[in-house]
Design a protein around this ligand. Structure first.
Ligand SMILES: C[S@@+](CC[C@H](N)C(=O)[O-])C[C@H]1O[C@@H](n2cnc3c(N)ncnc32)[C@H](O)[C@@H]1O
Length: 235
């Protein structure tokens, strides 16, 4: 059976994103910043707060901050997180969504089961594989209102390699949208400053009514990360 044209075009976009990232960085060589390690305090205030309040990761406060700004964690919805280990976001999302909702988490690593009123399903696998995404939809009994991605590639300190890997993560997010997200749904994902982001941003503007880039107080000051909040999926 031939794939629907929208799906083909998403796949093509994701593929082109990977190729573009690879091509634009392959030409550039290594900059003086590459390989310089940023020094940061791993055990900062948010780390200590997470320990004290019993969250699995300091990342929990990033989702809390995003939700306090935009209020997307609504009771009873279905939410999927890509790249969920160790589970700080899952803890925050499942407690806000409650017993009438469903939360599914996917990670390459095994995630410890959660103690929650909400139905939480954990899938160990690669979010880049369509079968894994379809499993998530099956677990939830249908597509999701909210797609979260906190995936990050392993950083090497070599700018070209990191940019290409980030492009691959963006491609994974882009490919997931059509398989898992309900029309009018919301997407929030982590990005890193760099050229790869421009490509995904222009794809997303065609797929969503609103696309907004957000910097968080809870992100470490030394980090290049930011989040993108997309609403009104035109699927
Ligand atoms: C920053 S951690 C996520 C933290 C999590 N949100 C929390 O609150 O605890 C990023 C995760 O993305 C996962 N990841 C990266 N690429 C992935 C992929 N293709 N499929 C599934 N997980 C992936 C990594 O294994 C890693 O555990």
């Amino acid at each position: 059976m031939q794939e629907p044209s929208a799906e083909r075009s998403h796949r093509l976009n994701a593929y082109l994103l990977g190729v573009l990232c690879y091509n634009c960085h392959a030409k550039k060589g290594i900059s003086p910043e590459m390989g310089k390690k940023k020094i940061y305090n791993r055990k900062d205030a948010y780390y200590r707060k997470a320990k004290k309040e019993g969250f699995r990761s300091r990342a929990a406060y990033k989702l809390k901050e995003l939700n306090s700004k935009y209020g997307f964690l609504k009771e009873g919805i279905k939410a999927l997180e890509l790249g969920c280990w160790p589970g700080g976001w899952l803890e925050v999302a499942s407690s806000a969504i409650g017993e009438k909702g469903v939360v599914v988490g996917i990670d390459l690593k095994e995630v410890e089961p959660l103690n929650s009123n909400c139905a939480v399903f954990l899938i160990q696998g690669d979010a880049g594989e369509t079968e894994v995404l379809k499993d998530a939809v099956r677990c939830a009994g249908g597509k999701f209102h909210l797609l979260l991605s906190d995936m990050s590639p392993k950083l090497t300190g070599i700018r070209d390699v990191d940019e290409a890997n980030m492009g691959e993560v963006y491609g994974t997010v882009l490919n997931a949208i059509e398989t898992v997200l309900l029309p009018k749904g919301t997407l929030i994902f982590k990005g890193f400053k760099g050229e790869a982001y421009g490509e995904i941003a222009s794809c997303l503007k065609k797929l969503f009514n609103k696309v907004k880039r957000i910097e968080l107080d809870s992100t470490r000051k030394s980090s290049n990360e930011f989040y993108t909040y997309c609403t009104g999926y035109r699927g």
